[in-house]
Design a protein around this ligand. Structure first.
Ligand SMILES: *Cc1c(COP(=O)(O)O)cnc(C)c1O
Length: 369
């Protein structure tokens, strides 16, 4: 019998995620599976929570990985906090803002959307006016909009919301591990991420943190959380001191995340962010030399997700296919209204290295000529 796994090649992952995985993380994933209530595994869980707090710069007690991909982090955040009729404001400038709108609407929230042009950032002054005129239970924004390569001013929006009653919810699936995230300083109440972007672990977990204020809204619910699997009141009992069984933690995935966080903290988050920025600058310079243009204005560019306008006279899909087949490099295409118009070149986590940038630039030059 032929085993398809024997045919897996090593591809340089320079798309919008997953990113390249360090050897140490693969090794961690293949360590012996322990029982999910094993005392040694519980020690690993405790340290994982601490490492996540360091990455997010938060003191929040409930800081844990959710068993599921980044979207499970999004779903967990909304499903635990929304009660039918709650007024929610989504700041939208890309695909992942749209996903938030969909998730919140399905839960029966009264959703307002403040939309900004895709490829441009959210404007804090416009948000300020909107939140002054209305009373929202939740304001939600995407930190690093992976569909467009835009960084949103999450810190400034946090200043505007300040100590108001409004819960401030931030998607940093692509941000965490690539650019600074200061959850407590930026007044963020709810933050979630994913493992396969700048944390450089395979997809499968969603780090998430809830502030005391978010926990208070959860605990004051009049109705049960309408989703059993993602109900944080039960999950917190499993990750807390009681260790009450809820679902079986994906033990080996958690080893992988442990190792991925260990590597970032060992290198030093500041150094990791600088590595992203250096690789990004080198990429932009190289792309401009070939005559390609960036979609996003310099100030709002994400180092880990580079949106590049595709050349007019070429079939962009066939170029991506050739990069994959001839050069073993994956880059991403555009989503929604940007489909066919941009490439999305990821420099996420372990991928964000100058040698990878050189390899891509060489390959692009050869394919484009
Ligand atoms: C990738 C991504 C998600 C969804 O994560 P999945 O792991 O694909 O479920 C959500 N938000 C943003 C900003 C993302 O980049």
């Amino acid at each position: 019998m032929k085993n398809l796994l024997d045919g897996i090649e090593e591809i340089l992952l320079m798309g919008p995620g997953p990113s390249c995985v360090p050897e140490e993380v693969y090794k961690a994933l293949s360590k012996k599976t322990l029982g999910h209530l094993d005392p040694y595994f519980l020690e690993i869980m405790e340290e994982l929570k601490d490492m996540l707090r360091k990455m997010m710069n938060t003191k929040n007690n409930l800081t844990i990985p959710i068993s599921g991909t980044g979207s499970a982090g999004m779903e967990t955040s909304f499903v635990n906090l929304i009660e039918p009729g709650d007024r929610v404001l989504i700041l939208l400038n890309g695909v992942f803002g749209m996903r938030m709108q969909d998730v919140a609407t399905r839960l029966g929230a009264h959703v307002d959307v403040l939309e900004f042009p895709w490829g441009k950032s959210v404007i804090p002054e416009v948000v300020e006016k909107k939140v002054k005129e209305n009373s929202y239970k939740i304001v939600a924004v995407v930190h690093a909009e992976t569909s467009t390569g835009v960084r949103n001013p999450v810190d400034e929006i946090g200043d505007i919301l300040g100590d108001s009653e409004t819960i401030y919810l931030v998607d940093s699936v692509t941000g965490l591990g690539g650019i600074e995230v200061r959850m407590d300083d930026w007044n963020i109440d709810v933050l979630y991420s994913g493992t396969q972007k700048c944390l450089s672990c395979p997809p499968g977990l969603a780090p998430l943190s809830f502030s005391d204020r978010a926990m208070a809204k959860l605990n004051a619910r009049k109705t049960k959380v309408p989703n059993w699997y993602l109900d944080l009141t039960m999950i917190a009992n499993y990750w807390g001191q009681n260790r009450v069984y809820h679902h079986t933690a994906p033990v080996n995935m958690l080893y992988g995340l442990y190792q991925a966080l260990f590597l970032i903290l060992e290198e030093g988050p500041e150094n990791v962010f600088r590595r992203h920025l250096d690789a990004h600058k080198m990429l932009v310079a190289g792309l401009e030399e070939i005559g390609l243009k960036m979609l996003v204005e310099e100030k709002w560019r994400l180092p880990m997700l580079n949106a590049v306008c595709t050349p007019d006279n070429k079939d962009e899909l066939s170029i991506r296919r050739r990069l994959r087949s001839e050069h073993k490099i994956e880059i991403g295409g555009g989503l929604g209204p940007l489909s066919g118009k941009i490439w999305r070149i990821g420099l996420m986590g372990h991928t964000a290295r100058q040698e990878n940038v050189s390899r891509l630039l060489r390959a692009l030059k050869s394919v484009l000529s």
